[in-house]
Ligand binder design. Structure first.
Ligand SMILES: Cc1ncc(COP(=O)(O)O)c(C=O)c1O
Length: 467
């Protein structure tokens, strides 16, 4: 079998998977032992035929795959892939470009440049900002906070890239009580320490309290970095960005906004009020692989001061043919050196959706989240814990005669996962167990929400009956 036949056959396997996705059981069916048996065994002494390898992989992996690209996956905050982005991803693998420099892939460099411009437009952020394409939002925040570290220490006369943090002026880092764990991870990687941060209080929806932030800032003396959030991972709530921008500006600090999915509210005229003020921040992190529905992995970092962005990331070596800013060298904007050409998929998603398609996608998901909340909230004993401002729904299940709602909620989640109609996970929200529903997939329909809500109600009734 030649390479063309192999790839056509592989495309058939991939298409078969995609065709089955809407009806597929969403969770996996295989146990870890079954997967180890199917994929394991000794390293072959002699290589196998590529067709055999691919068929074995497809057959062995299938029962351990999760239908997260499909329409009834509501776990974490996970998008699917719009068709043009998936196709572009296939081409990206085929082209096998190393996206380090302009010279290693002029096409990727320009695709990134163009996609960067479109992103700034659709997210309505300063058009002069610089953009990097990372693995995800975690690395996007890491990159942004490295740029922040550079900028605030440079203003204090310290070169952190050359001299590190030993002996540097001490930076105050302020986050909200509901900070996403990946911000703390980024602070950990950057030498700031996870536990050293100062925390501003948040309200019942997880929004940072601007008055509390001002109080915390009043006690800060050094160079300052503040991390705010657009879209709480549990509730979808937004920090009051306008007020936060003002407070941080007054103190001459750097404001970073973690907007992994929430920043996309800017794409919708009906929802853009949620991110009002965001453009006044200094850096932003978001994802392509969540609401833009680009295949994994795809994160986006945006920095208002391109010089700080480049200074924090760039690497110089004698053998590198760098362009000194004439053309885009993608590695100037991300922590990686060699990497996948991530610009093509973002370019393709934005081009295929357009401004209107993106607005519709975001609004559709939010409408579907409200539909979920209405269906579930109508059932006695089911409580919707959050205000549905975006695409996130938190649900809690109460025993009819009173009793342990935490245990019942966890039981309902386990039953829904075992049922397989849809998949969603759990969380602890302000001390109580909750089911988390996130509607982030372009292909989810009202019908998908209705059958999923039915499956959840069934699981609730069964759990009550079994108690
Ligand atoms: C608010 C927020 N920030 C950061 C992240 C991390 O994003 P990623 O998994 O793409 O690194 C998430 C993921 O759910 C998130 O919701």
């Amino acid at each position: 079998m030649d390479q063309s036949d192999l790839l056509r056959h592989t495309a058939d396997l991939a298409i078969e998977f995609l065709d089955g996705l809407p009806e597929r059981r969403v969770g996996p069916t295989a146990s870890i032992e079954e997967l180890r048996t199917a994929l394991g065994g000794p390293l072959p002494e002699r290589g196998e035929e590529p067709r055999e390898v691919v068929e074995r992989l497809a057959r062995s992996a299938d029962p351990g795959l999760v239908g997260m690209a499909g329409p009834r996956y509501f776990g974490f905050v996970i998008g699917g892939h719009v068709p043009a982005a998936l196709a572009a991803d296939w081409l990206t693998s085929t082209w096998d470009q190393n996206a380090t420099l302009y010279v290693t892939s002029p096409a990727n460099s320009v695709a990134e440049e163009v996609a960067a411009g479109w992103l700034l437009e659709i997210l309505d952020l300063p058009r002069t900002a610089s953009v990097g394409f990372t693995t995800g939002c975690a690395m996007a925040s890491f990159t942004a906070l490295a740029a922040a570290r550079h900028a605030v220490l440079r203003r204090a006369g310290w070169d952190v890239e050359a001299d590190g943090l030993f002996g540097a002026p001490e930076i105050d880092v302020v986050v909200g009580e509901e900070v996403h764990v990946t911000i703390l991870a980024a602070l950990q990687y950057l030498g700031f320490g996870r536990e050293r941060v100062k925390r501003a209080a948040t309200d019942a929806q997880g929004r940072m309290d601007a008055a509390s932030l001002r109080q915390v800032l009043a006690g800060c003396r050094g160079p300052l970095i503040v991390c705010a959030q657009a879209g709480n991972v549990n509730t979808g709530a937004f920090d009051p960005l306008e007020e936060i921008v003002e407070a941080v500006r007054e103190r001459g600090g750097w404001l970073h906004v973690d907007g992994a999915f929430g920043l996309w509210a800017a794409a919708s005229p009906a929802l853009s009020h949620l991110v009002r003020g965001a453009a006044g921040a200094d850096s932003w992190a978001t994802d392509g692989h969540k609401w833009l529905n680009v295949p994994y992995d795809s994160g986006i970092v945006i920095v208002g001061d391109p010089e700080s962005h480049r200074a924090a990331m760039t690497i110089a070596a004698a053998y590198l043919v760098q362009t000194e800013g004439r053309e885009r060298d993608p590695f100037d904007y991300v922590p990686e050196f060699s990497r996948r050409a991530r610009g093509f998929t973002v370019w393709a998603a934005l081009r295929s959706l357009g401004r209107q398609g993106m607005a519709e996608l975001v609004e559709r998901c939010c409408n579907l989240a409200r539909r979920f909340a209405a269906r579930l909230g109508a059932e006695p004993g089911i409580e919707i814990l959050n205000e549905i401002v975006l695409n996130q729904v938190l649900v809690r299940f109460h025993p009819p005669a009173g009793g342990d709602a935490d245990a019942l909620t966890r039981e309902v989640i386990a039953r829904v996962q075992a049922d397989g109609t849809c998949w969603l996970g759990g969380t602890t929200w302000h001390g109580v167990a909750a089911m988390r529903i996130s509607v982030s997939n372009w292909s989810t329909t009202e019908g998908d929400v209705d059958v999923s809500a039915e499956a959840i109600l069934r699981a609730y009734r069964q759990a009550i009956a079994a108690a």
